[in-house]
Design a protein around this ligand. Structure first.
Ligand SMILES: [Zn+2]
Length: 172
């Protein structure tokens, strides 16, 4: 009887571990939320900057941020009227990078690997996002665009879209 109870308690904490793991992955499992943690990789950002970079409806972004906050993946700090976001622990970025490397290996002979490995190149030289002026490395930039013989790197999809619009207006 005693042994049995011991077994059950042990078993439930064993399963609880996988449940916690799954809950965390669930909080991460959205392209936009992965994009947000990538933006916060080396810096703290005011929520308004996150809005500019992602170019999504505000309600949408708030919901993603809430999920990340609830799981403590991101932390907030209030300064006056502005709320700043940062990563709770940089280990989450290491985990995300590792998964990206795994994706590259998995898709090594497809077009996706080319895209993924483009942004995994060497850390140096440091480049600047032409839209928000964020300093990035080609390794960590979310997007890369080759335009008229020049390489441009972007922090997130919002900045890439704005850049493409700029090109369009210039060319038309
Ligand atoms: Zn940007």
């Amino acid at each position: 009887m005693f042994l049995n109870i011991f077994y059950i308690t042990n078993m439930s904490s064993y399963l609880q571990l996988f449940q916690s793991h799954a809950d965390l992955l669930k909080a991460l499992a959205h392209p936009r939320r992965l994009e947000i943690i990538h933006l916060l990789r080396d810096q703290e950002l005011p929520v308004t900057d996150i809005h500019t970079m992602l170019d999504l409806p505000q309600a949408n972004i708030s919901q993603h941020l809430m999920i990340l906050r609830d799981t403590k993946i991101v932390l907030t700090r209030r300064e006056g009227k502005q709320v700043f976001y940062s990563l709770g622990d940089s280990k989450i970025i290491e985990a995300s990078d590792l998964i990206r490397e795994y994706l590259i290996d998995l898709n090594h002979d497809s077009e996706l690997a080319d895209h993924l490995s483009l942004s995994m190149k060497e850390l140096a030289p440091i480049v600047t996002d032409p839209i928000c002026k964020m300093r990035l490395s080609p390794k960590t930039a979310a997007y890369h665009l080759h335009h008229q013989g020049e390489d441009h790197y972007f922090c997130a999809s919002g900045c890439l879209q704005k850049f493409k619009q700029k090109i369009k207006t210039k060319e038309s």
